[in-house]
Design a binder for this molecule. Structure first.
Ligand SMILES: Cc1cc2nc3c(=O)[nH]c(=O)nc-3n(C[C@H](O)[C@H](O)[C@H](O)COP(=O)(O)OP(=O)(O)OC[C@H]3O[C@@H](n4cnc5c(N)ncnc54)[C@H](O)[C@@H]3O)c2cc1C
Length: 418
């Protein structure tokens, strides 16, 4: 019978895309690695639209062929519908850059995350679901500092067990176990959002361009927006996002609120006409946040545990995978050189924070209420290419975000007139 050992080189808490990525790569490098997940896998999760730049992480993890052979719907672009119902021309990724890596998928997260979890096991990680981390353990160093030393965990109702590790990775998503315990989480008060979503079957489906598109649709008064993510099996994921108080305070049930917002989005109402609802509504509060410190001696944060960026551009899974790869390389280096200090484990973080801030800026532009993508591109066609690059997820190529030199003043001018 398998057992969880009492000691590993690396313990990874949480088996979303970030955790499974770290565990896969660290185990593949030959280090003993434990990956624990509190839920039973496969488990459902929100976040179904990927960015094309995930391609390179899938290649590194060795799952590209599995994805190509999967039933997941092929995503070929992004489209925006403004508050008057006007549809932007779709941003088709292969029209911009005709390579296989410019396309991606709309995934079922239960299946997708399970595939990554199983891949970690195949590459040598010891993978346990139904195993909750109760606490990350720290010890005081000779110099008076603090160093992670392991975790206290519990598998499927068995007695709690202490496991020691040279490196502890927090990949617990929005639970952000370590950041919460150390008081490192900083919420962005202007992005306190909530989301209500469900799936439908038999709704409008547009496969022109060789696949489906993620569609982002504003409601009439721009107080909320919908995502429209066509999936395999003729289903579509539809969710509404708005300020938390606007969506959840002094309103009816989530079902009522969803229907009221749908009434403010005639294009979507039309697309859902004659479709059949699948399953119940789900609700999430999703606050954008950063962490003051993302690595310490013996510990590092990845994915949503590192920080959460509003989902409007579907960047979450990509940043989870990318941070997982970058952190794994630093962990492997640290374990090889017997140096798991904060400096080594967190070496990737300053660049990652700077480059992902381009998507944060694009999120702020979206919520300014004046960012009409089609209109901006009409006035500044020279930025079309960079905008599509950002929608693809190309932020880690040292780019500085030239688009914002014009976009930000353009928005300010619009806001001052509004
Ligand atoms: C409304 C909404 C819509 C979104 N839409 C998109 C989208 O379309 N595209 C996209 O790319 N992203 C989207 N996201 C973001 C995406 O869901 C996340 O960014 C992504 O899942 C982060 O991956 P992760 O591995 O960091 O965390 P997660 O996927 O959340 O995984 C963390 C795991 O840790 C486990 N865990 C937590 N605590 C413990 C514990 N104590 N012990 C053991 N295990 C634990 C959890 O059960 C979970 O399985 C959306 C998010 C929201 C809120």
């Amino acid at each position: 019978m398998r057992n969880i050992d009492s000691q590993y080189d690396c313990v990874v808490m949480g088996a979303g895309p970030a955790g499974s990525t770290v565990a896969t790569l660290v185990a593949e490098a030959g280090f003993s690695t434990l990956l624990v997940e509190r839920e039973s896998m496969p488990r459902p999760h929100v976040g179904e639209s990927l960015m094309p730049e995930t391609y390179w992480q899938f290649e590194r993890l060795g799952v590209l062929d599995k994805l190509k052979a999967s039933v997941f719907a092929k995503k070929v672009g992004v489209q925006f519908v403004n508050n008057t119902g006007k549809e932007s021309a779709p941003f088709l990724f292969r029209t911009h850059d005709d390579r296989e890596s410019s396309e991606t998928w709309h995934v079922d997260r239960a299946q997708f995350d399970k595939m990554l979890f199983d891949n970690a096991a195949t590459k040598g990680a010891s993978c346990w679901d139904k195993t909750r981390v109760l606490e990350a353990k720290f010890t005081t160093t000779d110099a008076g500092g603090s160093r992670a030393k392991g975790v206290l965990l519990q598998h499927a109702g068995n007695p709690a067990q202490e496991v020691s590790a040279r490196v502890v990775v927090d990949a617990t998503g929005q639970q952000a176990l370590v950041a919460n315990r150390l008081g490192l989480r900083r919420e962005n008060p202007s992005l306190r959002k909530a989301a209500i979503w469900r799936h439908y079957r038999g709704a409008h489906r547009d496969e022109s361009g060789g696949g489906v598109k993620t569609v982002i649709m504003h409601t009439a008064e721009k107080q909320s927006w919908f995502w429209y993510i066509p999936q395999a099996d003729d289903t579509v994921s539809v969710g509404v996002v708005g300020d938390r108080d606007y969506l959840l305070k002094d309103r009816g049930t989530p079902d009522d609120t969803f229907d009221e917002e749908l009434g403010k989005c005639p294009t979507l109402s039309c697309w859902l006409h004659n479709s059949e609802a699948v399953g119940d509504f789900k609700v999430a509060k999703e606050f954008s946040y950063t962490t003051d410190k993302s690595a310490g001696d013996g510990w590092v944060l990845v994915g949503d545990a590192w920080g959460f960026i509003d989902p409007v551009y579907s960047s979450g899974v990509y940043f989870a995978l990318k941070s997982g790869v970058l952190a794994a390389d630093c962990i492997i280096d640290g374990l090889n050189n017997n140096d798991v200090s904060a400096d080594t484990l967190g070496r990737w973080i300053p660049d990652f924070t700077r480059q992902t801030s381009l998507i944060r800026k694009l999120v702020h532009a979206f919520y300014s209420g004046e960012f009409r993508v089609g209109k901006f591109i009409q006035e500044y066609p020279q930025h079309q290419s960079e905008l599509v690059d950002l929608l693809i997820g190309r932020v880690f190529d040292g780019r500085e975000g030239k688009i914002f030199d014009d976009l930000e003043p353009w928005l300010e001018a619009k806001l001052s007139k509004a």
